[in-house]
Design a protein around this ligand. Structure first.
Ligand code: PMP
Length: 789
């Protein structure tokens, strides 16, 4: 906006109101519209307006525009009103009355020959909100009404939609030269600060937000209510400031803060914004700008008032009754923190807390307060990682961000297998939950589509799914089925195995057990060529380790049991990620089968391509199980667990037990599962796990020359184990050092875990979207952390 235009606009607003005699106005109404009746003048700053009541009781507003009014701008407004009527006939906005000739507006000449545009609208009943009691429910309803209005305007455009407007918040910085007219220095500085922040921060952000034609002036003077139902908005008037602008400006212009006591600012603003959001969901970035835009609105107002006074000292003050409340609003609003308003609005719209960037250092850290609440609400013993826990706020790909905007490479969490908050999964889940979420006792296609897609990834006989909600449940159900089918109760698991938290799976999890193993459970020695009893590469490691199966089956028999199932996590993660010799597992499986046992492949860690060469750990080790159980990564964080088995097994068991899980396999879970498979396929993540896993191991091995603490580096795909030892000869586990390393790594911006029977193996198990650049950061952090240990 140029100064020239602003000066033109000032003239337009202050001095040019047409003043045609009533007789002439009556004639115009008759000539153009065939309208006659009772004419009552209406207040207007720039036009000459009359309320006309016809003999038959119809009510209209005749508007005779200022001579400087552009016909295109009037055409824009009238076409918008017609568009709204077509899109949402129940929205009460003035209707356009056509002239006798069928046009939207006519022209009339004053006695001096000046031409004026004339148009007529229907007169809306009700009282203006300025005269109504301001309540939160009214403000909520206002927000909702405006959202409907904006939805109705969504597809509308006009060549004059971007006309120049002095009050246009997107151009507020054009007013900066005019703040000199504000006499009070402190007040002027405040306004300069507001415009300064708009220029450097808010306006660039605003440019990236949704724009459309909006009303842009639905304040309490332009909104109507019904005195009989004072919480309802019955209509809005005066489309004269309509403009193509950021959508968020619509509720901003409705937020008449001077009408509200300063103690209630946040509640009323929240009601308005939440009301809008309930009909037309707002984006986070829009909500986060409400504070600055509200201030900018009043800063514009204050500047224009001061400027006008300075330009026309001999004329009456412009909007004198609104000046004081405007200044009060500015100072009251500035006394509230931006973050307080932002957090309240986010909460009102069900958005999670704001996550700052690293550059913003004015964010308060409330971690200690939350820690205290956590102790009280979740018990002091609820486990937390790190000496100083991380107060996380957001995740994206392999990154996590804390409440202060610090970024961490997440090399620990395997649940977000395709990366934190992958947009494809987010979209699939949100869209499905917006459509339907129900249990599987009804027919719904996406459940079948998912089951079909999943089973085609597995051997032919594993063709039916039983859906549950977690890995533990999946293992529990597979174990129940196995006992039912075999009629036996004996279980074989690896030493230090972990399979879940239910009573049955906990019994199969020596990793977790503080007590002795139950008599029906036998463990196999971990096939660990680095630390296990058999190390020499020349030995027949496969047979030496596999022989322990015979021993376990024999020991089981001593307590009167025969094997029902061997449950195996083919990543061997809780064993410390040993380099299991190829062929070992198939030897064990042969022995189990010979003893009548079934095989449950717990793919909760190894599945979904993590090992780099196959979707499933059982395939990597060449075994064919009777059950595959999946969990954790399956829904990228949306709870889901699946038991996949043969129809014979499943049908036999379900016939007997009528097994059913309420949440298991609901449409949202299946949408998540499907989206995960899409991403793994589309982004080629299994191959990435292979390549980056090797890259990572090689990079870490290269550190072994400098850091003797690293005893061994191993793993497959993107499960990497780094075993720390005090002495490479004795292999004494560096357990304490590993513990400290986790905190040091965190301080260096990388999250990893520890594993193994001695807790001395650094566990690196990132989302599969881990790329070379992330691996480089990890390797550097490891180097630095080992140095500072
Ligand atoms: N099996 C394995 C191999 C696991 O790693 C886990 C979880 N760590 C489970 C089962 C249990 O899964 P959930 O925590 O989803 O019950």
């Amino acid at each position: 906006m140029t100064n020239q235009h602003i000066i033109g606009d000032i003239k337009f607003l202050d001095r040019n109101t047409p003043k045609l005699p009533l007789k002439k106005i009556r004639q115009i109404a008759l000539d153009l519209y065939n309208l006659s009746g009772n004419f009552k003048p209406l207040k207007s700053e720039r036009d000459q307006n009359y309320h006309i009541q016809t003999k038959s009781g119809e009510n209209y507003v005749l508007k005779l525009s200022n001579q400087d009014e552009e016909p295109g701008v009037i055409d824009f407004q009238l076409k918008a009103l017609t568009h709204i009527k077509e899109q949402d006939p129940t929205l009460l906005v003035p209707r356009v009355l056509s002239t006798k000739e069928g046009t939207f507006f006519g022209m009339a000449k004053s006695s001096d020959g000046t031409e004026h545009i004339v148009h007529v609208l229907t007169y809306l009943p009700g009282i203006i909100l300025y005269e109504a009691k301001q309540t939160k429910i009214l403000w909520k309803n206002r927000g909702a009404f405006l959202a409907r209005l904006d939805i109705s305007l969504r597809g509308f455009f006009h060549p004059h939609a971007r006309h120049q407007l002095l009050w246009d918040i997107t151009r507020c910085t054009d007013l900066r030269p005019h703040t000199i007219h504000i006499p009070d220095t402190a007040a002027r500085k405040n306004i300069e600060r507001i415009f300064g922040h708009m220029a450097s921060d808010a306006l660039p952000k605003l440019k990236t937000l949704r724009h459309q034609v909006i009303h842009n002036d639905t304040d309490v003077m332009n909104s109507l209510t019904d005195p009989k139902q004072p919480d309802i908005i019955t209509g809005v008037l005066d489309f004269g400031d309509m403009i193509y602008a950021p959508l968020i400006l619509e509720p901003i212009l409705a937020a008449d803060m001077p009408m509200i006591h300063k103690n209630n600012y946040i509640e009323f603003l929240s009601a308005l914004i939440a009301g809008y959001d309930s009909i037309l969901p707002l984006e986070e970035k829009e909500i986060d700008l409400v504070y600055d835009l509200t201030l900018a609105r009043y800063a514009i107002f204050a500047t224009i008032i001061a400027w006008r006074r300075a330009m026309s000292p001999d004329q009456p003050a412009y909007l004198p009754e609104e000046e004081k409340p405007c200044w009060e609003t500015i100072s009251n609003f500035m006394a509230i923190k931006r973050s307080t308003v932002r957090d309240a609005l986010r909460k009102a719209c069900c958005y999670p807390p704001y996550c700052p960037t690293e550059k913003e250092n004015d964010i308060e850290d409330d971690t200690d307060i939350l820690l205290e609440r956590r102790h009280q609400l979740m018990g002091a013993g609820a486990p937390l990682f790190y000496k100083r826990p991380i107060h996380v706020e957001r995740g994206r790909g392999p990154w996590l961000y804390d409440v202060q905007g610090n970024a961490y490479i997440d090399a620990y969490n395997n649940v977000p297998v395709v990366g934190h908050c992958h947009p494809h999964v987010v979209k699939a889940v949100s869209r499905q939950i917006a459509a339907l979420n129900l249990n599987t006792r009804y027919i719904y296609q996406n459940i079948l589509d998912y089951a079909e897609r999943l089973t085609t990834l597995l051997p032919d006989h594993l063709s039916v799914c039983f859906f549950v909600n977690s890995g533990s449940e999946a293992n529990d159900i597979a174990w129940q089925m196995s006992k039912f089918i075999t009629g036996e109760k004996g279980a074989l698991v690896m030493e230090n195995a972990y399979h879940g938290i239910t009573e049955a799976t906990e019994a199969l999890s020596p990793y977790e057990l503080n007590s002795k193993l139950a008599p029906h459970v036998q463990t196999l020695i971990s096939p660990d060529p680095y630390r296990g009893p058999y190390k020499d590469k020349n030995d027949d490691l496969i047979n030496l380790y596999a022989a322990d199966t015979d021993r376990a089956i024999a020991d089981m028999a001593k307590s009167g049991h025969k094997p029902s199932a061997f449950m195996i996590d083919a990543s061997f993660i809780s064993n410390g990620i040993p380099d299991v010799p190829d062929g070992y597992l198939s030897k064990v499986v042969d022995k189990v089968r010979n003893a009548g046992g079934l095989v449950i492949a717990d793919e909760i860690q190894a599945g979904f391509g993590r090992l780099g060469t196959d979707m499933w750990g059982c395939n990597v080790h060449g075994i064919i199980p009777d059950f595959v159980t999946i969990g954790k990564p399956v829904g990228n964080g949306y709870p889901l667990g699946v038991v996949i088995t043969s129809p014979e097994i499943l049908n036999a068991y379900v016939d007997k037990t009528e097994l059913f899980s309420t949440f298991g396999g609901n449409p949202v879970a299946c949408a998540a599962g499907m989206a995960v498979l899409d991403v793994i396929e589309n982004e080629n993540l299994m191959a990435n796990a292979y390549t980056i896993g090797n890259y990572l191991r090689n990079g870490i091995r290269a550190l072994m020359d400098r850091h003797t603490l690293i005893g061994d580096v191993r793993g497959r795909g993107l499960i990497v184990g780094v075993e720390l030892v005090k002495n490479r000869e004795t292999k004494e586990p560096a357990t304490e050092e590993t513990k400290r390393m986790l905190d040091l790594m965190k301080d260096n911006g990388v999250l990893v875990g520890s594993e193994g029977p001695y807790g001395n193996v650094i566990k690196i198990r990132p989302p599969l979207v881990f790329r070379e650049e992330h691996a480089d950061i990890l390797i550097k952090a490891l180097d630095r952390s080992l140095k500072s240990l």
